[in-house]
Ligand binder design. Structure first.
Ligand SMILES: Cc1cc2nc3c(=O)[nH]c(=O)nc-3n(C[C@H](O)[C@H](O)[C@H](O)COP(=O)(O)OP(=O)(O)OC[C@H]3O[C@@H](n4cnc5c(N)ncnc54)[C@H](O)[C@@H]3O)c2cc1C
Length: 138
Protein backbone atom coordinates (compact mmCIF):
# COMPACT_ATOMS: atom_id res chain seq x y z
CA UNK A 1 0.00 0.00 0.00
CA UNK A 2 1.45 3.42 -0.88
CA UNK A 3 0.87 6.61 1.09
CA UNK A 4 -1.93 7.71 -1.25
CA UNK A 5 -3.96 4.52 -0.90
CA UNK A 6 -7.32 5.04 0.79
CA UNK A 7 -7.62 3.69 4.30
CA UNK A 8 -9.43 0.36 4.41
CA UNK A 9 -12.42 0.46 6.74
CA UNK A 10 -12.59 -2.31 9.35
CA UNK A 11 -16.18 -1.55 10.29
CA UNK A 12 -15.04 -1.20 13.90
CA UNK A 13 -15.70 1.88 16.03
CA UNK A 14 -13.07 4.61 16.13
CA UNK A 15 -10.47 3.88 18.81
CA UNK A 16 -10.68 7.29 20.48
CA UNK A 17 -14.49 7.37 20.50
CA UNK A 18 -15.38 3.75 21.31
CA UNK A 19 -17.17 2.88 24.55
CA UNK A 20 -15.24 -0.39 24.68
CA UNK A 21 -11.65 -1.08 23.65
CA UNK A 22 -9.98 -4.49 23.50
CA UNK A 23 -6.21 -4.06 23.46
CA UNK A 24 -3.50 -6.60 22.78
CA UNK A 25 0.13 -6.67 23.85
CA UNK A 26 3.17 -8.71 22.97
CA UNK A 27 1.66 -11.58 24.95
CA UNK A 28 -0.45 -12.46 21.88
CA UNK A 29 2.77 -14.08 20.64
CA UNK A 30 2.43 -13.70 16.87
CA UNK A 31 0.57 -11.70 14.23
CA UNK A 32 -1.91 -14.57 13.90
CA UNK A 33 -2.24 -14.58 17.68
CA UNK A 34 -3.51 -10.98 17.55
CA UNK A 35 -6.73 -12.32 15.99
CA UNK A 36 -8.02 -13.34 19.44
CA UNK A 37 -8.10 -9.59 20.25
CA UNK A 38 -9.95 -8.77 17.01
CA UNK A 39 -12.42 -11.64 17.46
CA UNK A 40 -13.42 -10.50 20.96
CA UNK A 41 -13.65 -6.86 19.80
CA UNK A 42 -15.90 -7.86 16.89
CA UNK A 43 -18.15 -10.01 19.10
CA UNK A 44 -18.55 -7.04 21.49
CA UNK A 45 -18.72 -4.27 18.87
CA UNK A 46 -15.58 -2.79 20.44
CA UNK A 47 -12.57 -0.99 19.00
CA UNK A 48 -9.16 -2.68 18.79
CA UNK A 49 -6.06 -1.22 20.46
CA UNK A 50 -2.46 -2.34 20.77
CA UNK A 51 0.78 -1.60 22.55
CA UNK A 52 3.72 -0.06 20.76
CA UNK A 53 5.54 -3.39 21.04
CA UNK A 54 2.78 -4.93 18.91
CA UNK A 55 2.63 -2.15 16.34
CA UNK A 56 6.44 -2.16 16.09
CA UNK A 57 6.17 -5.86 15.17
CA UNK A 58 3.54 -4.90 12.53
CA UNK A 59 1.07 -7.29 14.18
CA UNK A 60 -1.37 -4.36 14.19
CA UNK A 61 -1.37 -0.99 12.38
CA UNK A 62 0.35 1.97 14.03
CA UNK A 63 -2.87 3.96 14.25
CA UNK A 64 -4.12 1.44 16.83
CA UNK A 65 -1.25 2.18 19.23
CA UNK A 66 -2.42 3.35 22.64
CA UNK A 67 -0.10 5.34 24.88
CA UNK A 68 2.23 8.24 25.29
CA UNK A 69 3.30 8.22 21.63
CA UNK A 70 -0.02 6.81 20.37
CA UNK A 71 -3.69 7.47 21.04
CA UNK A 72 -5.18 8.50 24.36
CA UNK A 73 -8.40 6.66 25.15
CA UNK A 74 -10.87 6.77 28.04
CA UNK A 75 -13.61 4.24 27.23
CA UNK A 76 -16.17 2.81 29.65
CA UNK A 77 -14.35 -0.53 29.30
CA UNK A 78 -10.68 -1.13 28.46
CA UNK A 79 -9.63 -4.77 28.32
CA UNK A 80 -5.86 -5.26 28.11
CA UNK A 81 -4.63 -8.76 27.24
CA UNK A 82 -0.95 -9.70 27.18
CA UNK A 83 -0.03 -6.13 28.11
CA UNK A 84 2.60 -5.61 30.83
CA UNK A 85 1.50 -2.08 31.76
CA UNK A 86 4.56 0.03 30.95
CA UNK A 87 4.12 3.66 32.00
CA UNK A 88 4.08 4.78 28.37
CA UNK A 89 1.10 2.50 27.69
CA UNK A 90 -0.72 3.40 30.89
CA UNK A 91 -0.43 7.10 29.98
CA UNK A 92 -2.85 6.47 27.13
CA UNK A 93 -5.50 4.39 28.89
CA UNK A 94 -5.42 4.85 32.65
CA UNK A 95 -8.43 7.20 32.61
CA UNK A 96 -10.64 4.36 31.32
CA UNK A 97 -13.66 3.82 33.56
CA UNK A 98 -13.34 0.06 34.04
CA UNK A 99 -10.05 -1.71 33.31
CA UNK A 100 -9.99 -5.48 32.83
CA UNK A 101 -6.66 -7.28 32.56
CA UNK A 102 -5.77 -10.73 31.26
CA UNK A 103 -2.12 -11.63 31.87
CA UNK A 104 -0.38 -14.88 32.70
CA UNK A 105 2.02 -13.10 35.09
CA UNK A 106 0.30 -12.13 38.36
CA UNK A 107 3.13 -9.63 38.98
CA UNK A 108 2.54 -7.70 35.74
CA UNK A 109 2.35 -3.96 36.64
CA UNK A 110 -0.92 -3.54 34.71
CA UNK A 111 -2.73 -5.40 37.51
CA UNK A 112 -2.06 -2.37 39.75
CA UNK A 113 -4.58 -0.31 37.78
CA UNK A 114 -7.03 -3.14 37.04
CA UNK A 115 -10.61 -3.17 38.32
CA UNK A 116 -10.87 -6.85 37.33
CA UNK A 117 -8.02 -9.19 36.57
CA UNK A 118 -7.67 -12.69 35.20
CA UNK A 119 -4.33 -14.46 35.67
CA UNK A 120 -4.22 -16.81 32.73
CA UNK A 121 -3.27 -17.54 29.15
CA UNK A 122 -5.04 -15.04 26.89
CA UNK A 123 -5.27 -17.71 24.18
CA UNK A 124 -7.60 -19.65 26.47
CA UNK A 125 -9.37 -16.80 28.27
CA UNK A 126 -10.20 -14.59 25.26
CA UNK A 127 -11.71 -17.29 22.99
CA UNK A 128 -13.83 -18.44 25.96
CA UNK A 129 -14.99 -14.83 26.50
CA UNK A 130 -15.73 -14.41 22.79
CA UNK A 131 -17.83 -17.60 22.77
CA UNK A 132 -19.73 -16.45 25.86
CA UNK A 133 -20.43 -12.99 24.37
CA UNK A 134 -21.69 -14.61 21.15
CA UNK A 135 -23.82 -17.11 23.11
CA UNK A 136 -25.45 -14.32 25.14
CA UNK A 137 -26.08 -12.20 22.04
CA UNK A 138 -27.65 -15.11 20.10
C1 LIG B 1 9.73 7.11 24.45
C2 LIG B 1 8.87 5.87 24.53
C3 LIG B 1 7.53 5.96 24.14
C4 LIG B 1 6.71 4.82 24.21
N1 LIG B 1 5.40 4.93 23.85
C5 LIG B 1 4.59 3.86 23.98
C6 LIG B 1 3.18 3.96 23.68
O1 LIG B 1 2.67 4.98 23.27
N2 LIG B 1 2.43 2.85 23.87
C7 LIG B 1 2.93 1.66 24.33
O2 LIG B 1 2.17 0.70 24.46
N3 LIG B 1 4.24 1.55 24.59
C8 LIG B 1 5.07 2.60 24.42
N4 LIG B 1 6.41 2.46 24.67
C9 LIG B 1 6.94 1.11 24.93
C10 LIG B 1 6.75 0.66 26.37
O3 LIG B 1 7.83 1.12 27.16
C11 LIG B 1 6.71 -0.89 26.44
O4 LIG B 1 7.87 -1.43 25.87
C12 LIG B 1 5.49 -1.52 25.74
O5 LIG B 1 4.31 -0.85 26.15
C13 LIG B 1 5.42 -2.98 26.14
O6 LIG B 1 4.43 -3.59 25.36
P1 LIG B 1 3.72 -4.93 25.82
O7 LIG B 1 3.04 -4.71 27.13
O8 LIG B 1 2.91 -5.38 24.66
O9 LIG B 1 4.93 -5.98 25.92
P2 LIG B 1 5.67 -6.63 27.16
O10 LIG B 1 6.15 -5.58 28.10
O11 LIG B 1 6.66 -7.58 26.60
O12 LIG B 1 4.54 -7.45 27.94
C14 LIG B 1 3.94 -8.61 27.45
C15 LIG B 1 3.04 -9.14 28.55
O13 LIG B 1 2.32 -10.26 28.05
C16 LIG B 1 2.22 -11.22 29.08
N5 LIG B 1 1.98 -12.51 28.42
C17 LIG B 1 2.86 -13.23 27.66
N6 LIG B 1 2.26 -14.32 27.14
C18 LIG B 1 0.96 -14.29 27.59
C19 LIG B 1 -0.17 -15.15 27.42
N7 LIG B 1 -0.11 -16.25 26.64
N8 LIG B 1 -1.34 -14.83 28.04
C20 LIG B 1 -1.41 -13.73 28.84
N9 LIG B 1 -0.37 -12.87 29.04
C21 LIG B 1 0.78 -13.15 28.42
C22 LIG B 1 3.52 -11.14 29.86
O14 LIG B 1 3.36 -11.63 31.18
C23 LIG B 1 3.79 -9.62 29.81
O15 LIG B 1 3.25 -8.98 30.96
C24 LIG B 1 7.24 3.58 24.63
C25 LIG B 1 8.59 3.51 25.02
C26 LIG B 1 9.39 4.63 24.96
C27 LIG B 1 10.83 4.52 25.38
Amino acid sequence: MNSRSPKVSTGRPDLTEAAQVISGGLGVGTQEGFSVIEDLADAMGAAVGATRAVTDQHWAPHDLQVGQTGKTVAPALYLAAGVSGAIQHRAGMQSSKTIVVVNKDPKAPIFKIADYGVVGDLHKVLPALTDEVKRRKA
